[in-house]
Design a protein around this ligand. Structure first.
Ligand code: HEM
Length: 409
């Protein structure tokens, strides 16, 4: 494996290109491994299924944004400054512990239940159909750009009523904020631009409520409780970024592995009722989020065979837990009919993904309609396609394919 600092593996370019190789070695080694993050912080990385699941639901691993800065500073031996983006964007429920987390989550759960999300099905199909029509006209396309990315973005922007003309800006800001390879000044600028725009949006919604979900949030009240201005901005930020950066990889990673495993693709074509199970296998096998968002210990914690000291940064690799043979026998085998119950792709515990029903719906519709309409052939060597840098996202930069209408060969 690649570069080391003080005997610790550095999670850099080589890791982004093939995290699975690192994870396999780490799982063999210990319940948690000390690593150096791309920007130099020291952290513990949890890679086995059992410990991953237990960390995700153990309150001694905090996510609260207030204590977080201090622990990040402690984790940086060189004292270098960690790029921090706008504080107003950091106050999301994903960066909170109970009771703050409980309160914020309660105000938005209603909009994301499987029942509510199911109502979006016709619209998701319509958007997918029109994206596929455009792609069909071109034949050779990058599937990330043509389908995997625009579908979830259009859906979340419509839910929040973000005007069409600002969607390119959002893509840019969001990419900088979660990407692994940007300069602190760029991150700060993107954060400020995003926060400024979201503030305008909130004010606009307050003055001109519509029947969209965002207006509902602005006016949402639960037992008299409601979101204040700052909370609204942070919530919109979280939903938009989650909507931009995750489902794209479910769709592209899934199609990528179907193309790499023609037997599995054939099975799915023969029996489309396998689709929901196939989507779960996409999520397990090449999880769109590699490492869950960072946590820190509020006391010394015994984890399997190691003790993680108080005030340590802790990362949980969902991608790795999902490839642990102890939970999923022969875990490196891609099999769309295997049992996938308990996979960690959406996290676990109180921060379990709020958007899971929506992501599943979009994944099923996108892949289902794509296969129904087209024969899909890669136009570049699949093995050498580049992956996005960073420890958070596991996703392809591009997926160049040819789409030929079925039956036209
Ligand atoms: C395939 C697509 C998706 C994947 C793999 C995914 C994965 C995750 C994971 C792993 C977490 C927990 C992170 C942690 O504990 O550190 C999470 C949380 C969250 N996700 Fe997703 N997500 C996806 C799509 C979405 C979508 C479409 C939305 C909404 C538009 C969304 C909204 C959220 C929110 C709001 C949270 C925070 C929940 C909380 O703190 O209680 N996600 N997601």
């Amino acid at each position: 494996m690649g570069e080391k600092i003080a005997g610790l593996d550095v999670l850099g370019e080589e890791y982004f290109a093939d995290p699975h190789a690192y994870h396999a070695a780490f799982r063999e080694g210990a319940a948690a491994t000390r690593v150096v993050l791309p920007r130099g912080s020291r952290a513990w990385l949890v890679t086995r299924y059992e410990e991953a699941r237990s960390v995700l639901s153990d309150p001694r691993f905090s996510k609260h944004h207030e204590g977080f800065r201090r622990v990040v500073e402690l984790s940086r031996p060189d004292g270098a400054e960690e790029p921090a983006f706008d504080e107003s964007l950091a106050r999301t429920m994903l960066n909170m512990d109970p009771p703050d987390h409980t309160r914020l989550r309660k105000l938005v759960t209603k909009a994301f239940t499987a029942r509510r999300v199911e109502l979006l099905r016709p619209r998701v199909r319509e958007i997918t159909r029109s994206l596929l029509d455009e792609a069909a006209a071109r034949g050779d396309v990058d599937l990330v750009d043509a389908l995997a990315f625009p579908l979830p973005i259009t859906v979340i922007c419509e839910m929040l009523d973000v005007p069409m003309d600002r969607r390119d800006d959002f893509r840019q800001w969001s990419n900088v904020l979660v990407g692994g390879s940007f300069e602190p000044a760029e991150i700060q600028a993107a954060g400020q631009a995003m926060a400024g725009y979201l503030l305008q949006l909130v004010e606009h919604k307050r003055a001109n409520p519509g029947d969209d979900f965002f207006s509902e949030l602005v006016h949402a009240s639960d037992d008299g409780d409601r979101l204040d201005q700052g909370e609204l901005i942070a919530m919109a930020f979280l939903l938009l970024v989650a909507g931009h950066e995750t489902t794209v990889n479910l769709i592209a990673n899934g199609v990528y592995h179907l193309l790499r495993h023609p037997d599995q693709l054939a099975k799915l074509r023969d029996d489309p009722s396998l689709l929901p199970g196939a989507v779960e296998e996409f999520l397990r096998y090449e999880s769109p989020i590699n490492q869950a968002t960072v946590r820190y210990t509020t006391e010394d914690v015994e984890l399997g065979d190691v003790v993680v000291p108080k005030d340590s940064l802790v990362l949980v690799s969902l991608l790795s837990g999902n490839r642990d043979d102890a939970k999923f026998p022969d875990a490196d085998r891609f099999d769309i009919t295997r049992p996938t119950g308990g996979h960690l792709a959406f996290g676990h515990g109180i921060h379990f993904c709020l958007g899971a029903p929506l992501a599943r719906l979009e994944g099923e519709i996108a892949v289902g309609m794509l296969l129904e309409r087209f024969d899909v052939t890669p136009t570049e060597d699949l093995e050498s396609l580049p992956w996005r840098p960073g420890t958070l996202i596991r996703g392809l930069v591009e997926l160049p394919v040819n789409l030929t209408p079925r039956g036209a060969r």
